[in-house]
Structure formats: structure tokens, C-alpha cells
Design a protein around this ligand. Structure first.
Ligand SMILES: [Zn+2]
Length: 289
């Protein structure tokens, strides 16, 4: 039976999970069973943040979301004012516009991703950002951890009970720990918490009533690394070396050259939507080097 017939009637969905500021070499030493399993079904590849971007969250997440670099999307640092998202819309907006009736969901504790703050939102439809939790007696890192937890439990509910075509979930704890105390045991623990949260999101997908008739492409990635003492923005390998992991229909089980600009083209391809000439990236597996 031709493959197209075999797959007829299946619906295509995408989960993108961002782990902010997770240095590639430290990721490899952390205990990340869920990410390892994802990589086993697809790939986990080191990504050198493209020279067109600085190793700063705003420009790199904007590249992931829009498929172009900072000269095109207009985000040069963590101030999103002056963005060109009108010309280069984010992936969730593109999917909703290309497929009337499709819904998407974005969530994260960093305001400009999902709210009108600092020139945001990156995702034009906005999204969920938890309120600062009660518990001012906790340290600031505990507050950040609680916000990430609130993000992930909301995303898990959306994944389990709604029929979104694309979902973006964002965790900020590793980056905040890196800025607070550098690449420490707690930084590695923050990475391991992200992995546990990935496991929760994957379990929510597997619990969907129609799971047997669905294909899910799952992409997990970071935007940049951190220097040993914390902080980023420079050109050292510790800051430039990021990573992308993904698995899903059409993704080969081998390490492959990928770039942050490839996420959007891959999502479009996974959903059977056309790319256009404004995109600089290519679907996963299409790069030769
Ligand atoms: Zn970042």
C-alpha cells in the first residue's frame, strides 16, 4: 500500500519546547532521559548560533519563530521594539493564516514572547504567561521555577484536551540560574527539570483520545549557552554552541546539520504547508553540511 494511503486520515501536529540558555556540552552531562528518547527517535544535534545573530535570547528565539535572522526580523537584543514581525510573522501565526480553523498555543514566563511588553509579543496571537506566584519568602530562583511549572502544567492541559496544530512551550529556569550563579550543579539541575517537564508534555500527548490517528513532530531546543561564570552574548563556544533535538514523520534517526532558522520551514513541511522565498532555512535533514 502506498505510504500516502497508509497515512491518510492522520492529523499532523507539532510541539516546540524551548529551554533557554542550555549550553550544549553541559546538556550532554545532564540526566535527560526524555530528551535522550526523543533523540533516539530522531536526532540531537549541536547548533552553532549563526553569525548573523548574537548569542542573545531575543534575536535567536525570533529566528526560531520567524525563520529569518536579526537583520530581517529586526530584533537585535532583548528589546523587541522595532521588530519586523509584520513582514516576517511567527510560525504559529503563519500556520493559523495558512489553515483557517487551526488553533495554536504559546506559553512562557518571559513576557515579550507572549505579551505586549518590550515590543512583544513575538507570537502575534499572544499566549499564556503565569502571574508571579505567591510566596515572596522563596528565593527568586524558586519563583522562576514555579512560573515554569505553571507554564508546563497549562501546556500539558492544552495538549491533552485541545486540538491545537502547533504548541510552543518555553522554560526559562536554566538561563536564570546561569545568570545568577554560573554553570553550577544547580544549572545542571535546572536542565534536568526541563527534561522532566518534556516528559510531562509527551505524556499529555500520549494520553490524547485520538492519539492513534495523530502524528506529532516534537522539537526541543535552546537558544544559546552560557560562560562558566554565567552570562552570554559573546562569541565563545560556550555561548555559541546550542542544540536542537527533534523527532517525527520524515525525520531520519541520525544526527544532522541544523540551524535555528530551520525550525519554521520544518514545521511548515510537517504540516504539509508551503514555504516561501522569504525563508532562509530549510527543513531538517536538508542541509549538506
Ligand atoms: Zn536565552
Amino acid at each position: 500500500m502506498p505510504e500516502e494511503l497508509d497515512r491518510s486520515g492522520r492529523t499532523q501536529h507539532v510541539l516546540i519546547m524551548g529551554w533557554d540558555g542550555v549550553r550544549d556540552d553541559i546538556l550532554r552531562t545532564a540526566r535527560t532521559p526524555h530528551l535522550d528518547a526523543l533523540a533516539g527517535r530522531g536526532f540531537l544535534s549541536t547548533v552553532r548560533v549563526h553569525d548573523a545573530n548574537p548569542t542573545i535570547s531575543g534575536p535567536v528565539w525570533s529566528t526560531m519563530a520567524t525563520g529569518v535572522y536579526r537583520e530581517q526580523h529586526g530584533v537585535h537584543d532583548n528589546d523587541f521594539r522595532g521588530n519586523a514581525f509584520g513582514t516576517h510573522p511567527d510560525v504559529l501565526t503563519r500556520v493559523r493564516e495558512a489553515r483557517p480553523g487551526a488553533t495554536t498555543f504559546a506559553a512562557g514566563a518571559w513576557a515579550p514572547l507572549v505579551e505586549e511588553a518590550s515590543g512583544g509579543p513575538l507570537f502575534a496571537g499572544g499566549g499564556y504567561r503565569p502571574a508571579l506566584p505567591a510566596g515572596a519568602e522563596d528565593g527568586p530562583l524558586d519563583l522562576v521555577a514555579a512560573m515554569d511549572e505553571a507554564v508546563m502544567s497549562r501546556v500539558a492541559r492544552e495538549l491533552r484536551h485541545r486540538d491545537h496544530t502547533v504548541v510552543f512551550a518555553y522554560a526559562v529556569l536554566p538561563d536564570i540560574v546561569g545568570h545568577t550563579e554560573g554553570v553550577t550543579d544547580r544549572y545542571r539541575s535546572a536542565i534536568e527539570i526541563c527534561d522532566e517537564q518534556l516528559g510531562v508534555l509527551l505524556a499529555a500527548i500520549d494520553a490524547r483520545p485520538a492519539r492513534e490517528r495523530e502524528d506529532w513532530t516534537v522539537i526541543a531546543l535552546t537558544d544559546h549557552g552560557h560562560r562558566d561564570e554565567g552570562h552570554h552574548g559573546g562569541d565563545s563556544d560556550e555561548e555559541r554552541l546550542a542544540w536542537i533535538a527533534a523527532a517525527g514523520p520524515g525525520i531520519a534517526t541520525r544526527e544532522t546539520a541544523v540551524d535555528h532558522a530551520d525550525v519554521l520551514p520544518h514545521v511548515l513541511q510537517a504540516l504539509g504547508l508551503p514555504a516561501d522565498e522569504t525563508l532562509t532555512g530549510v527543513p531538517f535533514g536538508m542541509r549538506t553540511a
